[in-house]
Design a protein around this ligand. Sequence first.
Ligand code: G1P
Length: 295
Amino acid sequence: MIRKAVLPVAGWGTRFLPATKAMPKEMFPIIDKPVIQFIVEELLEAGVENVIFVTGRHKRPIEHHFDINTDLEKHLEEAGKEDVLENIKEISHMINPIYLRQKEQLGLGHAVLTAEPAVGNEPFLVSLGDIILERGREVIEKMIEAHYRFGKSVIALHEVEEKEVSKYGIAKVKRIEEDIYIVEDLVEKPSPEEAPSNLAIVGRYVFTPRIFDKLRETKPGKGGEIQLTDAMKLLLEEEVIYAYKVEGKVYDTGNPVDYIKTIVEFALKREDIREEILSYLQEILSKQTQLIDRP
Ligand code: G1P
């Protein structure tokens, strides 16, 4: 069984500055739950309990979130807020995390390499903190299953619009089964002209430990950073990499526009606020339409 998951959370979150100057983007809320909690819950649902965070100096709130806060618990108890208290306690006991510090932010690939002492010589998962998957549990389970079937690394892919390809790592693939592909090539954030397909890497990876050797060999790539995609390209030269095409919706929270879309969609799924948000959206939409229609 794959036991360990690495969650790289050390990035600067430059797309959200100045909000991320002192606040990790992984702690941004989707209504009232931080993005990182969705990622952790997905892992737990799929049976992976060992969570290794690769953090940086300004990421302490993540540690606090998964830690016990006795003062808050006492306050909620005294205030008689039983429901919230239960939820807060649950989060404190959700995982027994390991925190590793990436001393310099040299890129996603470098962050994964930082986790090597905690992972050791065994296959492991990498989950990126900015993508929430509607059917996350199923995706992780299918990827783990494919890893055991083929004994190799497996990445999750999802179709994106052509104009979106430059936001993602893009894969050239060959289909071998209903939802399983063989990766033939990878490019990190290509222009639409360079992109070999519209299949984007969606931040879920199962790796053989051989990736660590490849990460050590990887030179700075796009943006001058040590890219995980480039290390996978090196791995491709000696091992087959498989891909699983995800079912269900993919919510990207890694840039302001997609983050807002994600919040709206999640708000519409919540029974307690759905009606209010829906009528608000209808109201602003009709106002906007009136403005456009005005001669
Ligand atoms: C990273 C990866 C990219 C992947 C993306 C998914 O990019 O480098 O290959 O497609 O995550 O979110 P980032 O969003 O960190 O710039």
